[in-house]
Design a protein around this ligand. Structure first.
Ligand SMILES: Cc1ncc(COP(=O)(O)O)c(C=O)c1O
Length: 402
């Protein structure tokens, strides 16, 4: 058991360093570096850049891999630079009416806040909902209580919907406390009420597979669980929802956009119905080849194997810390969340009132041992992926338990 579904030899790992922070930035597989090295010379020798094989086929291939990972259709994928830009496409394109509202959980990552707040001048308001008793954010983030195993986050969100709510915008897996929200439950309840569920998926995709049945849009950057470089991600949109959005794309978003036998200045054309209608112009082919190879690496693992593996490593680490005087109580809380399937890839250990100096001291002790974790808003985050081994989990336990 626990043989990594992503062979560690596919990555440029350093045995002196253990990187358990793909929740900040994922390690890029060697195949993606090789794809970049193979492609980059074409940019300096443009005569070797082919229209059909490169300009058209590379983004198409990237979308096929993205769709495969999501279990959807390539037509529903739009390539976007970041999670934020995917959410901006939705925010700017949605047919708002003055007085409409966007609802979100308290303490979302800013990528899922500013695109909605920017709509204030159009009369659209943004409202946050605490997800459990004692939940705080912003200046109160460090005095927040952590999510308990029986957090009724979904009920609190659904009870907060009003007739004015048009979009419920949330992170599938939350960046600081690591809580995973139940997309099928939220999605079907939103559908019944005519509300669109829009998801920031960056902290879950790559290790976990979302159920998109009731989701209208799902945005992600490429540089965390997807193990690609920064600067290219994608937006998935449900076809009917996409048709409601103003087409924020440009010349590649209309019929015959790439057919130069037709004058480009002939503007009597229809917008495309597929994901291209939301794309911003010439794609980053360099970004595409890298993301394509990273996605192919993830798609090479058996379906569900990475999630099962990550859960196994989490189980092992929590067991090792169960009787630890410092982390035992947190291990018990996280065990409860783990048993309820409320966790994505991040184990977020709460500071338990010890404060920032304590957590940063722990973090520094980890760095000194070559273990790279991260601290956000009162939590020490340990994120496992498909390339980690049981001895990696034991190394984290030795650091935290030591
Ligand atoms: C939940 C969440 N959303 C989005 C991002 C990043 O957003 P972007 O891809 O726009 O840089 C992060 C982390 O950086 C995150 O944790």
């Amino acid at each position: 058991m626990l043989r990594p579904p992503l062979d560690p030899s596919l990555f440029d790992l350093d045995s002196n360093r253990l990187w358990v922070m793909h929740c900040s930035e994922g390690p890029v597989p060697k195949a993606s570096l090789e794809a970049v090295h193979a492609f980059l010379p074409k940019e300096s020798r443009p005569w070797s850049l082919r229209w059909a094989e490169d300009f058209l086929a590379i983004p198409e291939s990237t979308k096929r891999e993205a769709a495969k990972l999501l279990g959807t259709r390539p037509e529903d994928i739009s390539l976007t630079a970041t999670t934020s830009s995917g959410l901006q496409v939705v925010a700017q394109g949605f047919p708002w009416q003055e007085g409409d509202e966007v609802l979100a959980p308290l303490g979302e990552f800013p990528s899922n806040v500013w695109p909605w707040k920017s709509l204030a001048s159009r009369g659209v308001s943004f409202r946050e909902v605490p997800l459990w008793e004692g939940h705080q954010s912003g200046v109160g983030a460090w005095t927040s209580s952590p999510p308990p195993p029986d957090a009724d986050a979904e009920t609190r969100l659904l009870d907060s919907l009003t007739d004015r709510t048009k979009i419920l915008a949330l992170s599938w897996v939350r960046f600081q406390d690591g809580l995973k929200l139940d997309l099928p439950w939220l999605g079907s309840a939103c559908r019944e009420r005519g509300v669109h569920l829009v998801v920031d998926g960056i902290q879950g995709l790559g290790t976990h597979t979302p159920d998109l049945a009731g989701v209208s849009a799902f945005a992600t950057g490429g540089h965390k669980g997807l193990l690609a470089p920064q600067g290219l991600g994608f937006l998935w949109t449900e076809a009917t929802f996409r048709s409601m959005l103003a087409p924020v794309g440009t010349w590649l978003s209309v019929e015959d956009g790439t057919d130069f036998t037709r004058p480009s200045t002939d503007f009597h054309r229809h917008w495309l119905a597929d994901g291209r209608r939301l794309e911003p112009g010439s794609p980053s082919l360099l970004g595409c080849v890298a993301l394509n190879a990273s996605l192919a690496c993830l798609n090479g693992a058996e379906a569900g194997a990475i999630e099962t593996h990550v859960r196994g490593l989490q189980d092992a680490l929590l067991a090792d810390l169960a009787t630890d005087p410092t982390w035992g109580a947190e291990a018990a809380r996280l065990r409860g969340l783990w048993e309820e399937d409320r966790l994505g890839p991040i184990l977020s250990f709460h500071h338990q009132g010890h404060g920032p100096d304590f957590l940063n001291g722990q973090l520094q002790a980890g760095f000194n041992q070559g273990v790279y974790a991260s601290v956000r808003e009162g939590y020490l985050r340990v994120a496992f992926h498909g390339l980690h081994t049981p001895s990696d989990a034991a190394r984290v336990a030795a650091w935290l338990g030591g």
